[in-house]
Design a protein around this ligand. Structure first.
Ligand code: XLS
Ligand code: NI
Ligand code: NI
Length: 436
């Protein structure tokens, strides 16, 4: 049984092809810097967007044709969706996927029944993984859709809700572990607040920290060795989300002694909502040794909300890949397409066009970034820009040996200084040279 009978396996045909269902740049086994593209990029399907999302918006319901999903809460239906998902990933050559517990299996009337459904679908997912070699990049629990989570989960004012959230994460971790998941993500869907008038922020943050410490303990207990990720996002659905950006997450993790146990999963559209470029967020995370994974998408800068579009901008993917290559690439993480087709793009084939575009955009970004780094002109400029910190008075600053007194005598002795040009325009031209 095929769910995409008219769509062939997508092949690399090179930049000149006229075939819209082909890769122009992503060539899985082609080596870039001695490593196959597929290992650099580690593309992943986001189950919720690719398989479950119907592309509704606040003004109208879903438009998407999803012949694999009859909308029922049965385990059989969930297994069919999984079959469609694995056929889709195989046809695109996606080596990984990510899910929320409630994407892959239905939430039923009570927790025990929901857990049993999840176990049954997980068995099926395990079989599909075995048959295809596709791996689970990370799992997570949906702690934001059900009405009980309207005021948060691990930051809920209600301890009963908090307990259910913990039970749900416990189960989602079990299943992720069982499926050999390489990671587990905490996106604090509704961990934030709408107004301080009703909010005890200090208590909510402490509760959140306890929750994550319990997750760390449970991870050890079950022998799960996957990487934990926190995914920053500044707003939506809450007005103020606690994990607002990479710096805020790192500060929270440090304050509550969790930094050793978590890395960040950086999402492009969330960076934009935080008024940062995604490369800034990647850089902040990487500098703290905490860049774990990426939710690859992009936002519409005119609309200003989390539109979760597919990434197509090569200038952006180039900057992202520069950050990633400089840090030595992914270990457990990957590029997870946390992106959805537009409401107008309602046919199953649109899912293919969307992923092909995203994969090609990152493949180009990878090749371009690799060449930029190999040629070295950009890095040489940056190095030279800071050269004054490598010798003389500068090196005493770098080594932490300088004092206000030593710097004052340097300033007295040498008089005023104007730094060299930042050459922003020249460097922008340099990058454009590589974007043929
Ligand atoms: C929503 C988030 C979500 C996480 C997983 O904006 O991006 O999809 O990635 O819970
Ligand atoms: Ni995401
Ligand atoms: Ni998002």
């Amino acid at each position: 049984m095929s769910y995409f009978p008219d769509i062939p396996t997508i092949a690399y045909e090179g930049p000149k092809t006229k075939n819209r269902l082909a890769f122009r740049h992503y060539n899985a086994d082609e080596l870039v810097g001695g490593r196959p593209m597929k290992d650099h990029l580690r593309f992943s399907m986001a189950y919720w967007h690719a398989m479950k999302n119907t592309s509704g918006d606040p003004f109208g319901g879903g438009t998407r044709q999803r012949p694999w999903d009859d909308g029922s809460d049965s385990v059989d239906n969930a297994k069919r969706v999984a079959d469609a998902g694995f056929e889709f990933m195989q046809k695109l050559g996606l080596g990984f996927y990510c899910f929320h517990d409630r994407d892959v299996a239905p939430e039923l009337g009570d927790l025990r029944a929901s857990n049993a459904a999840l176990d049954a679908v997980a068995d099926h997912l395990g079989d599909l993984q075995k048959a295809t070699g596709i791996q689970l990049l990370w799992g997570t629990a949906c702690l934001f859709s059900h009405p009980r989570y309207m005021q948060g989960a691990a930051t809920s004012p209600d301890a009963g809700v908090y307990a259910i959230a913990a039970a749900q994460v416990k189960k989602a971790m079990d299943v992720t572990h069982r499926l050999g998941g390489l990671g587990y993500t905490f996106w604090g869907g509704r961990e934030g607040y709408a107004t301080l008038l009703n909010t005890d922020m200090k208590r909510e943050l402490a509760n959140l920290a306890h929750f994550l410490h319990m997750a760390v303990d449970y991870k050890k207990k079950i022998g799960f060795t996957g990487q934990f990720y926190i995914e920053p996002k500044p707003r939506e659905p809450s007005t103020h989300q606690y994990d607002s950006d990479a710096a805020a997450c790192l500060n929270f993790l440090r304050e509550y002694d969790l930094l050793d146990h978590f890395k960040l999963n950086i999402e492009t559209n969330h960076a934009t909502l935080a008024l940062h470029r995604v490369e800034h967020e990647l850089n902040v995370a990487a500098n703290a040794n905490a860049l774990g994974s990426i939710d690859a998408n992009t936002g519409d800068e005119l609309i200003g909300w989390d539109t979760d579009q597919f990434p197509t901008n090569v200038y952006m993917t180039t900057q992202m890949m520069l950050q990633l290559l400089r840090m030595g690439g992914f270990t457990t993480g990957g590029l997870n397409f946390d992106a959805k087709v537009r409401r107008e793009s309602h046919e199953p084939v649109d899912l293919f066009h969307a992923h092909i575009g995203g994969m090609d955009a990152f493949a180009r970004g990878l090749k371009i970034a690799h060449r930029i780094l190999e040629d070295g002109e950009l890095d040489r400029f940056v190095q030279a820009r800071y050269a004054s910190y490598e010798s003389g008075i500068g090196s005493t600053i770098t080594k932490g040996e300088a004092t206000f007194e030593s710097l004052e005598s340097h300033a007295f002795a040498h008089g005023d200084v104007i730094p060299g040009s930042g050459r922003q325009e020249m460097l922008e031209n340099l990058i454009n040279d590589y974007l043929e």
